[in-house]
Design a protein around this ligand. Structure first.
Ligand code: ZN
Ligand code: ZN
Length: 212
């Protein structure tokens, strides 16, 4: 500890001197025998002081610390903060760009997946619309077939004549190109059957439906 002394009587604090010493706010030191009653003897400012002992605050104790020890502590502080700044700079210069590149790569992958899903959704929407048209056609065909079976024999003859002359309200058959685009998966979704393979048999059924 720094060897201090009273700034008025100049007696040093040592083992033999049991007097209390005080450290004022103005930075001057006085022994208990020379304590100012109002103003500091040296700088003439209002006197306010604390006892110099082992219980003094850390901010007060640093004034009595060995300058060599303080310098070594200062060196450790500088080394520590310099190392922390270097690590921080290394992260921003080397690590962060790599993380950004990885994030951008992942983002681009997600965009490609999103575009693929949009394309698949549009395709499936179109397929569903074509299936709906096909089912509506089949429903109309079955209804008309059922109606023909319920009519009298002479009525059916007239209907047959009308169909053969092309003046009936025969349901419009989906075109072959439309059917070829539609994949039937309503019966078993795990098996896709292209209607183009069934178009001939399908048209045969249609002809049979309208032939009396
Ligand atoms: Zn003194
Ligand atoms: Zn003073």
């Amino acid at each position: 500890m720094f060897m201090f002394f009273c700034n008025k009587c100049f007696l040093p604090k040592n083992v033999e001197n049991t007097n209390k010493y005080y450290f004022s706010n103005c930075g001057h030191v006085f022994c208990q025998s020379c304590t100012p009653t109002g103003l500091c003897y040296i700088c003439k400012t209002p006197y306010a002081a604390r006892t110099i002992d082992a219980n003094m605050t850390k901010s007060m104790a640093v004034y009595f610390e060995s300058p060599v020890n303080a310098f070594r502590r200062f060196q450790k502080i500088v080394q520590f903060q310099t190392m922390q700044d270097a690590l921080n700079a290394h992260y921003y210069v080397n690590c962060l760009p790599q993380q950004i590149q990885a994030a951008l790569k992942k983002l681009n992958g997600m965009k490609r997946i999103d575009a693929h899903l949009d394309e698949k959704l549009a395709h499936e929407t179109t397929r569903i619309e074509k299936l709906k048209a096909y089912l509506a056609y089949k429903k109309r065909s079955l209804q008309e077939r059922h109606q023909r079976h319920q009519r009298p024999a002479r009525g059916r003859s007239a209907t047959s004549t009308a169909y053969s002359s092309g003046q009936n309200s025969r349901p419009k058959t989906p075109t072959i190109s439309t059917l070829s685009d539609v994949t039937m998966s309503s019966v078993d979704c795990t098996k896709s059957t292209n209607l183009s393979n069934q178009s001939d048999s399908f048209l045969d059924h249609v002809r049979n439906d309208f032939t009396i």
